[in-house]
Design a protein around this ligand. Structure first.
Ligand code: URP
Ligand code: ZN
Ligand code: ZN
Length: 480
């Protein structure tokens, strides 16, 4: 099947140009004006809109068993919501239970994701350490197209790793040419503060934010950067939410270390006060880790995105409905951590970032798809409008408005963090594998057509490791 996107401005991370885009066999075949296309080609009229690479959300959790329940969005509903918001690919997380085989867990996630309507890939979490884990990391990189491994420094007693495990795993990542990614929060301090707050009778969602102050995130970010530096492993810090974490990433980058930072759309716009809402259901719906922060931190995060200290934007889409949040009714530490947002990430970034003049349209493409594609080594197949790339394309209307609501969103969540807000900038059409699956009003998704996208090791980020490695090369001294 063939499709022509006519009349728009093609926007990539590096440049913009007026062009039509012709797609066939799932790929972009030609870009230019007055293209010769076969009779019967479907035409999508882009009008005055922008034609951008489909968004990549590099941090989602579909069908995740977590904190005594399973996330509400599965690999059909979550990515469908993404498509309605202009996101055409997710990188989700395989999270094995401690002691579980990484390969076995990867198989489970692959089976779950077989229903996906759009392309996907997987980071694999290292939740324990042994020779078996080390060996399976090798198999995953060599045989299954995994090039990134996730590490949690929080969630004590469940999936948290100590520094020794981080060192072992990062060393292995470096050896394999894979990216180490990390949730940086000091799990010991959080655990201590949780107990203390509960003993004081603070059991509600406000205890969640009070047990996870920015310093706790900043300490972990600094420590994990040191750990990665010790074994010369490139590091990607997920969901940086505060100035302390941002400063740690900025300092490391200024020192030449290969450290990358992700920010969630939610952390850029939602305030800490939401954790203190008096309506329990509302406050509970905001419980995620790290928690939301004050304006001072949000301003710093926007600056980090502008400066390139933070390269990617994600959502950490981890949907829990009210009955699931109620598991923590009497104890905030038992409340499933996670919020949604996959459908709204790109609109929020446009409305609050581009419309306000903080980001250019090219920056918008960089932070919503191109940088993630490059860091996780699927560029230019994904994250670019170029001949030969996958025809994952969003026709982006920069001037149209929509009012966000859980009543109209496509996620199975019963809550939307941006409820009632009117945002400018939306996906007028979404094209996945060369087929229009969203027309601004209706989804035409097909279960199971999404493909697993293998990602080769040794992405471009390893170039920077070479330079940094020279600075830290071990030296033997010959003594007489
Ligand atoms: O609260 C969050 N972020 N839940 C999902 C798991 C994680 O920490 O990424
Ligand atoms: Zn996390
Ligand atoms: Zn997450």
């Amino acid at each position: 099947m063939s499709l022509l996107i006519k009349g728009g401005t093609v926007v990539n991370a590096d440049k913009s140009q007026r062009s039509d885009v012709y797609c066939a066999d799932g790929l972009i075949q030609a870009i230019g004006e007055n293209l010769d296309v076969p009779l019967g080609t479907e035409v999508v009229d882009a009008g005055e809109a922008l034609v951008i690479p489909g968004g990549i959300d590099p941090h989602t959790h579909m069908e995740l068993p977590f904190m005594g329940t399973v996330t509400a969005d599965d690999f059909m509903s979550g990515p469908s919501a993404g498509l309605a918001g202009g996101t055409t690919m997710i990188i989700d997380f395989v999270i094995p239970s401690p002691e579980q085989s990484l390969l076995e867990a990867w198989g489970t996630w692959m089976a779950n994701a077989a229903k996906a309507p759009s392309d996907y890939s997987f980071h694999v979490a290292v939740t324990w350490w042994s020779d078996q884990v080390k060996e399976e990391m090798g198999v995953l990189t060599r045989e299954h197209g995994v090039n990134s491994f996730k590490h949690f420094m929080a969630y004590k007693g469940a999936i948290m790793l100590d520094d020794e495990m981080l060192l072992n795993s990062f060393d292995r990542c470096q050896e394999l040419g894979a990216m180490a990614t990390v949730h940086a929060e000091n799990g010991e301090i959080i655990y201590y503060l949780q107990k203390k707050l509960l003993a004081m009778g603070i059991t509600g969602p406000e205890g969640h934010v009070q047990s996870r102050p920015p310093e706790v995130e900043g300490e972990a970010a600094r420590r994990v950067i040191t750990v990665a530096g010790a074994v010369n492993a490139p590091l990607y810090v997920v969901h940086c939410s505060c100035k302390q974490a941002l400063d740690a990433v900025a300092e490391a980058r200024a020192n030449g270390q290969a450290v990358y930072g992700e920010v969630l759309a939610q952390h850029l716009v939602i305030d800490e006060s939401t954790h203190y809402l008096t309506d329990f259901t509302q406050a509970a719906a905001h419980v995620m880790s790290p928690p939301f922060r004050s304006k001072e931190h949000r301003d710093a995060l926007w600056g980090g995105l502008q400066a390139g200290t933070l390269q990617t934007t994600a959502t950490d889409h981890c949907a829990f409905c009210a009955p699931q949040k109620a598991l923590g009714k009497d104890d905030f530490s038992l409340m499933p951590n996670g919020c949604g947002g996959i459908e709204d990430r790109m609109s929020i970034l446009w409305d609050r970032g581009v419309k306000t003049g903080m980001l250019t349209p090219n920056d918008f493409v960089r932070v919503t798809s191109q940088a993630a594609a490059e860091i996780f080594n699927v560029y230019p197949r994904k994250g670019s409008i170029s001949v030969g790339a996958d025809a994952d394309i969003t026709v982006w209307d920069p001037n149209a408005n929509r009012t966000v609501s859980a009543k109209t969103h496509h996620s199975k969540m019963d809550f939307n963090l941006y409820e009632g807000e009117t945002v400018t900038g939306l996906a007028r059409a979404t094209i996945s594998q060369g087929k229009q699956v969203w027309d601004g009003k209706e989804l035409r998704v097909e279960k199971g057509v999404g493909r697993y996208i293998p990602r080769p090791t040794y992405s471009k980020v390893f170039e920077r490791v070479k330079t940094y490695g020279k600075l830290n090369a071990p030296r033997r001294v010959e003594r007489v």
